[in-house]
Design a protein around this ligand. Structure first.
Ligand SMILES: [Ca+2]
Ligand SMILES: [Ca+2]
Ligand SMILES: [Ca+2]
Length: 362
């Protein structure tokens, strides 16, 4: 009997020590980062601290925080034949749940701020349950804008799904203002790709851009006063013909996308990047004075994407990542503590893209 209690005591002591170690680790690093992926930080990537890898297989992208900075919502698939579905991740427990229907293809999910009890994402499941075929690359590298995409709102567990765009053609890329006032999204309903805003229930849809060319991928500033987006405006006759030809087949060639900023009512539009590359996935810094984005501007072949930052007036351009492979979809947590991005670094197999979280140091 004494021996039995002795064993119990040893186990309790061991558990106590482990708990204390864990508590120390949490205290040292904060709860969501642990530095376990610090060896993946390039020496020149001086803004990243306590890097942690959050996913370990497949293609994971476009991870966005809940307004309380405790969860991520992102899209993921594993294998060429599979289609993206939407998942949420609890950053404290690591628990991942699929919150889309599992049918069709989905993209660009976001929590419905400020309460996060709902989510928004784009999906094609209401037209066809099958995963649609990938685009034909015989016309070069193109993005397919599936005509059957609509934007849906659902509870954060995926239940009670409700369609909030109802026109034919591409509606997607919805993101929500931090105060929950409006959704900004991309739609082809006018005949060209434009930035639109609407209420979270889908009412009061307003078109903010009207220039021939691709306007898309928009995000609000934290104070909801400004919108940043990517645009390509064809200029020469050849460019216009090529753009219109591709658009008629719901295709986009993402070769020369420049970042632009405007007021949330569509006034005072300004271009803020000026290079030959594709610049996309812009996200405001916590102070709304600077923007981080993804660009291939440094690679003459246009293959290697990296994160860059620039002031909202286009000055003070700075390269953030230096990994030889894709780095993209950068976001800051609403509380300003964390930074999340997607990267090919440490991939288990060719083509894998994983999500990483770090603390940002200036
Ligand atoms: Ca639609
Ligand atoms: Ca346009
Ligand atoms: Ca890179």
């Amino acid at each position: 009997m004494t021996k039995y209690y002795h064993y119990i005591l040893v186990i309790l002591l061991a558990l106590g020590t482990l708990t204390l170690m864990r508590w120390n680790a949490l205290n040292r690093y904060g709860s969501f980062v642990d530095g376990s992926a610090n060896e993946l930080i390039d020496k020149k990537e001086k803004h990243f601290k306590n890097l942690k890898q959050l996913t370990f297989r497949g293609e994971n992208a476009e991870a966005y925080f809940s307004s309380d900075s405790k969860k991520l919502i992102f899209q993921s698939h594993d294998g060429d034949g599979a289609c993206d579905q939407i998942y949420t991740m609890d950053l404290k427990t690591g628990k991942i749940d699929m919150v889309s229907t599992g049918d069709g293809v989905t993209t660009c999910a976001f929590f419905q701020y400020p309460k996060n009890e709902k989510i928004v994402y784009a999906s094609t499941h209401h037209y066809d349950k099958k995963c649609p075929p990938k685009p034909d690359f015989s016309r070069g590298y193109v993005w397919k804008l599936y005509e059957s995409y609509d934007i849906f709102s659902a509870n954060s567990d995926g239940s009670q799904i409700k369609q909030i765009t109802n026109e034919g053609g591409y509606d997607a890329e919805a993101t929500v203002a931090l105060d929950g006032s409006r959704i900004v999204y991309t739609s082809i309903v006018s005949g060209d790709l434009e930035i639109w805003t609407m209420n979270t229930d889908g009412s009061d849809k307003r078109m903010l851009t009207n220039k021939l060319g691709y306007d898309g991928g928009a995000f609000f500033s934290h104070d909801a006063k400004k919108i940043i987006w990517r645009a390509f405006y064809p200029e020469t006759e050849k460019e216009i013909k090529d753009y219109k030809g591709l658009i008629s087949e719901s295709l986009i060639r993402p070769m020369n996308l420049q970042l632009r900023i405007m007021n949330s009512d569509g006034t005072d539009k300004q271009q803020i990047t000026f290079n030959e590359g594709a610049n996309f996935a812009p996200y405001f810094f916590p102070n709304d004075k600077r923007v981080i984005f993804c660009s291939n501007m440094a690679d003459p072949k246009g293959r290697d994407f990296d994160l860059w930052a620039v002031n909202i007036d286009g000055t003070n351009l700075e390269r953030i990542t230096h990994f030889n492979g894709f780095d993209g979809f950068p976001v800051f947590s609403p509380n300003g503590k964390y930074f999340v991005f997607a990267s090919n670094r440490n991939q288990a197999k060719r083509g894998d893209t994983n999500i990483f979280i770090a603390e940002w140091q200036n």
